[in-house]
Design a protein around this ligand. Structure first.
Ligand code: ATP
Ligand code: LTN
Length: 332
């Protein structure tokens, strides 16, 4: 059987350069070798306050972004998490074998619940358990994600191992596929902070939908480090981030870029970087806008994806139901 890959994106806002370089662009070549499942994780979005009037639109935008970067609906199963009810069902079973202590250690929970520990939604606490269910349902071997997800994948491995040893071999224990470069793209206005959809600072993030003028403006206003040399290194976090972005679009290594820009100032480097990013994003942006012109077609593709996903997910649930002693699945 061909090995599987699963990954997810939250429909929380316009996807950005970090999502693209850390995750989506790596999802495309995996289609050659694996059976690929890419999910718009709409139930995860309900773990923080959301706008019900905007959610559906966000989901369609998420799908358009994936297709625009090269995820191919004829080769990948692309679907909405809420359209495969098995995700929520398996999440419940896994919640019952998950432990308070291990969930309390999750960095993302600690960060996102900061200052509101007692009033935060319980769903934010069990978020990684739903994420484990997402992947384990499909018996996926690989989970291509950015660095921020490493701890969640560790937890999902622990849950799979715990379940398998308690109830018998049921789940493939998945591995994180984290790229060597681009796994943590930093905010343009603060190289100590991850580039993030949830940022309220508009100049911190380059969205995949930004036009050439906006990309150039944001790069021009990006913070730089002291000194004037275009070099990477621990004492140059801002330049390291910009050089990483340059390198991923251009193909040249960071040492090659340092050589190319030896003697140039930050200004010239930023001008060149803006050109490379604009050219790299141009086909994605054009395709995205074209796809968004036909939401009916995007919804049709998502429904087709859901039908394929449900088949696989239900197969796993039949085994899970029996293993834990709930017996035959209703309708089975
Ligand atoms: P936010 O960016 O607001 O924190 P998120 O982390 O919830 O959003 P998702 O859309 O759920 O983002 O993530 C999709 C993928 O993008 C994940 O694999 C995640 O690891 C990756 N990713 C998100 N931000 C970055 C970043 N700054 N650099 C590299 N990868 C990233
Ligand atoms: N938590 C992830 C999104 C996500 C995911 C998944 C990623 C939900 N379910 C399953 C990989 C596999 C994030 O990027 N914030």
């Amino acid at each position: 059987m061909q090995k599987r890959v699963f990954s997810g994106v939250q429909p929380t806002g316009t996807p950005h350069l970090g999502n693209y370089l850390g995750a989506f662009r790596n999802w495309v070549p995996l289609q050659e070798e694996y059976e690929t499942f890419y999910c718009i994780v709409d139930l995860h979005t309900l773990t923080l306050p959301w706008d019900p009037a905007a959610l559906n639109q966000r989901i369609v935008e998420g799908a358009a972004a994936l297709f625009a970067v090269g995820v191919d609906p004829s080769r990948s199963v692309v679907f909405r998490q809420s359209h495969a009810p098995q995700h929520a069902e398996l999440a419940w079973i896994l919640t019952c074998i998950g432990r308070m202590g291990e969930l309390r250690r999750m960095i993302q929970f600690k960060e996102k619940s900061k200052g509101a520990a007692e009033s935060i939604g319980a769903g934010l606490f069990t978020y990684p358990v739903l994420q484990a269910a997402d992947v384990l349902l499909y018996q996926a071997h690989g989970v291509p994600v950015g660095e921020d997800q490493r701890q969640h994948i560790e937890l999902m491995r622990d849950l799979a191992i715990r379940f398998n040893s308690a109830f018998g071999e049921t789940f493939v224990v998945p591995e994180a596929y984290i790229p060597k470069a681009g796994a943590r793209i930093m905010a343009l206005d603060d190289p100590t902070d991850k580039m993030s959809k949830s940022s309220v600072r508009p100049n911190s993030v380059i969205n995949l939908t930004d036009d050439a003028a906006l990309v150039a403006k944001k790069i021009k206003s990006a913070v730089t480090d002291s000194g004037s040399e275009v070099v990477a290194g621990p004492e140059k976090p801002a330049l390291t981030n910009l050089l990483t972005i340059f390198s991923l679009f251009d193909g040249a290594t960071i040492p090659q870029l340092e050589e190319r820009f030896a003697g140039s100032g930050y200004g010239d480097f930023k001008t060149a970087l803006a050109e490379v990013v604009v050219e790299g994003l141009r086909p994605i942006r054009e395709r995205y806008l074209e796809l968004m012109g036909d939401p009916g077609e995007l919804n049709r593709l998502l429904s087709e994806g859901a039908a394929a996903a449900v088949k696989v997910a239900e197969g796993t649930m039949v085994t899970v139901w029996e293993r834990v002693g709930l017996g035959a699945r209703p309708g089975a």
